[in-house]
Ligand binder design. Sequence first.
Ligand code: SF4
Ligand code: SF4
Length: 131
Amino acid sequence: MPFDAIKPSNLFQCKKCGECCKGYGGTYVTTDNIKEIAAYIQIAPAEFEKKYCRISGNRPLLRQSENGFCIFWNDLCTIHPVKPKMCRDWPFIKSVLADIKNWEIMAGSCPGIRTDFPDHIIKAVIEKKLS
Ligand code: SF4
Ligand code: SF4
């Protein structure tokens, strides 16, 4: 395949293993995320924050269940259509552009990420995706 034809789906295919939905500092949610998810599960945003979020560094993040997984993980993401931007963007994130080594590190815990492409191709695909 010519390099300029490589798409995000060539570099990453989620295997639905749930590894990224476990611990690791949590998933931050914006006010818009909260409104959207609260509407999806049909509760008021204030109630959503109280029940499903905790505050870390003045910012709300999704709570975890006792098993360490995100509270919305149940063998799959139960809020998939409205999941937070952080979850939607993965693994095409700015920190990989800042340091390409992060791609390899992320691949260590995400079996959906392929590492057999040259760094400049990975960067180009991410740049295009984020533009
Ligand atoms: S770790 Fe990777 S493959 Fe597993 S659920 Fe998360 S994004 Fe998908
Ligand atoms: S919102 Fe969904 S995708 Fe994001 S961490 Fe929770 S279960 Fe995983």
